[in-house]
Design a protein around this ligand. Sequence first.
Ligand SMILES: *Cc1c(COP(=O)(O)O)cnc(C)c1O
Length: 216
Amino acid sequence: MTAAALRVGRDPGTVRLVAVSKKVPLERLQEAVDAGQRLFGENYLQEALEKINRLPPDISWHFIGHLQTNKAKLAASCFQAIETIDRLKLARTLDRHLMDLDRAMSVLIQVNIGREPQKSGVLPEEAEELLRGMADCSNLRVKGLMAMPPYFDDPEAARPFFRQLRHLAAELANKGLLGGHGPIELSMGMSGDFEVAIEEGATLVRVGTALFGPRP
Ligand SMILES: *Cc1c(COP(=O)(O)O)cnc(C)c1O
């Protein structure tokens, strides 16, 4: 990660590692915690809750899976950030529960940057409308965008998608729709392509397999 940041003249301190721990047993997470890792990403709510309850309280948890609206209340109470906001109904419901809890939460908009029918996320041209709709969600801190490009064996093939996400974020910031809550976050890059993602501006890389080995 550091090498990739330095290659393009970025401060390595501006890129954070989200250790993606879905399906990884608690003991392996504990090893990562012992090694100093304090930021984890989970895809499944029930699984995440068990881990959150059993690991130290100074860990940040990002939700990176598909969030059903009827689970928003539970998610509101136990994550530091939700990276997968992709519809207004979910944003509004989450905001309402956060208000009840008197709590603010960082969120990212998930963008279906490769326009893949099987993937969640708004299409790039729909991000603006979603953000405008979320303007009155006062308990949500919209930090930036998250995306998962199509899978390629050659990580270079993902580069144009990472670049598109960065350009989209800049465009939305120009319209005053992003950047109101500190530096803009771009969550992009996984085990196979996080270096390319960092070269293209990722501030959060979500890495599972490269840290924990293949999932069961
Ligand atoms: C599983 C997952 C990852 C991590 O993938 P690896 O290839 O194991 O690094 C990253 N992001 C999301 C949204 C995931 O579901």
